[in-house]
Unconditional design. Structure first.
Length: 132
């Protein structure tokens, strides 16, 4: 996913500016429904997630995550600077006995850097489901 977060800003303004509809947009203080009850969100956030898909190369998934932002890096980074926000790219990997390849191309790293984005891997090793 690509995310933008910070205090007291309008996620609809970012949606309009980029022409990209987020998967999730929440304002600071809005009540969220989660596993620990109904709590106010601590920050305003705008998140674009891609659907789960099977892949053995994270570079493929990063291409899919970053594609909507091609040609919009300057717009996004200017918005982030103007509103003193944080942005990042997260890639979640579930491993079921396979050996995925964890890599990002130089152009992907440069692209994320042009956004001022933090980058994170979420790696979860799962048990292989028993055959039916």
């Amino acid at each position: 996913c690509v995310w933008v977060s910070g205090d007291s800003w309008d996620p609809a303004a970012l949606t309009d500016l980029l022409g990209i509809t987020p998967t999730v947009a929440r304002r600071e203080g809005e009540i969220g429904h989660g596993p620990h009850g109904d709590l106010p969100h601590p920050v305003t956030e705008w998140v674009l997630r891609t659907p789960w898909r099977e892949s053995y190369e994270t570079e493929e998934v990063l291409t899919e995550i970053l594609k909507p932002f091609e040609g919009k890096q300057e717009i996004l980074s200017a918005f982030v600077r103007q509103h003193d926000l944080r942005t990042g790219v997260n890639c979640v990997v579930e491993i079921y006995g396979e050996k995925p390849i964890f890599k990002a191309s130089a152009s992907q790293v440069a692209f994320m850097a042009s956004l001022g984005a933090r980058f994170g891997w979420g790696i979860y090793v799962r048990e292989i489901p028993e055959a039916l």
